[in-house]
Design a protein around this ligand. Structure first.
Ligand SMILES: [Zn+2]
Length: 297
């Protein structure tokens, strides 16, 4: 029996999981934006899940937004959680529970989760992108996270995709793919089409009512995403693409323009065209499944 935790910028979520991926109820709480509160919330959540787990807990896995030194278990300077800079996450958890946790970057854990129990279950290789506040990425080869020669693995959300009016990315640079494809970029695209949104939830309502402007914005977003993916598949030659994160729920509205754009862009190199582009059916579970998968190995 394992405990799987997803420690993100806004929320901390977790559940127990067995070797087969069967899990309990997912408990979730908003994350206090300071270190002491985060520690307390994390310890409390682990305690509660331990109590609820139907068997003895052998291991604890934590997926978290980085950058995180996975070997030492210490945060560097997290882009969306600056208050956790230098926090010894592994030391904190092992100090309380006597178990040194297994750690993984949240987007990479989500990628593993999608080949374990998600939209690409059973596949050996996959490129999985987490579309939400940021643009996370995970490269899976032979059912393992591929990191190249980098400690943390490639950060495909921060490759250059054009100036984008000098908009600042979370990493501090401008022109990153993340600034074109994250939730804020989609919101801006919808507004440019003449619709007012207080939050992205409003977009769902427009789409349900088949609003033409909203539908057009989604097609434009799909073309952007298709162009981006056509570059990434050209690097890795991996034929399975998974799309997770909060925006994957909007998949039905751009699931045609993404492959169309990729096919157009790669028409002279058709061997690069991906075979599968799938949308996560349960993005809340992606990283939790991934931690369960990591711990069973
Ligand atoms: Zn960036």
């Amino acid at each position: 029996m394992y405990i799987c935790i997803d420690l993100g910028g806004s929320n901390i979520r977790g559940t127990w999981m067995d070797r087969g991926g069967r899990c309990g109820e997912v408990l979730s709480m908003s994350r206090p934006r300071e270190l002491a509160g985060t520690k307390q919330a994390l310890a409390g959540l682990i305690q509660e899940i331990m109590h609820k787990a139907p068997g003895s807990v052998q291991n604890i896995g934590i997926a978290s937004a980085g950058p995180l030194n996975l070997e030492q278990g210490i945060y560097f300077t997290p882009t969306n959680m600056p208050e956790l800079k230098g926090f010894d996450l592994a030391g904190f958890v092992s100090g309380i529970f006597g178990i040194r946790p297994v750690l993984e970057n949240d987007a990479q854990a989500a990628a593993l989760g999608e080949i374990f129990k998600g939209c690409l279950a059973g596949e050996r290789d996959a490129l999985v992108f987490t579309l939400g506040t940021g643009l996370g990425s995970g490269v899976i080869m032979d059912r393992r996270v591929w990191r190249g020669r980098l400690d943390a693995g490639p950060e495909l959300g921060h490759i250059y995709m054009g100036p984008n009016k000098g908009k600042r990315c979370g990493c501090g640079q401008t022109g990153c793919a993340e600034t074109w494809l994250n939730a804020a970029a989609l919101k801006e695209l919808v507004m440019q089409n003449g619709l007012f949104l207080t939050g992205l939830k409003d977009l769902d309502t427009y789409l349900e009512n088949k609003d033409e402007k909203a539908l057009r914005a989604m097609q434009q977003y799909g073309r952007r995403l298709g162009l981006y993916l056509s570059q990434i598949v050209s690097i890795f030659g991996i034929k399975n693409i998974g799309l997770s994160g909060g925006l994957s729920r909007l998949g039905p509205y751009f699931s045609d323009t993404v492959p169309q754009t990729i096919r157009f862009r790669l028409k002279t190199r058709p061997w690069l065209i991906p075979q599968r582009i799938e949308f996560s059916t349960n993005p809340q579970m992606s990283a939790l499944w991934g931690m369960g998968y990591l711990m069973q190995k």
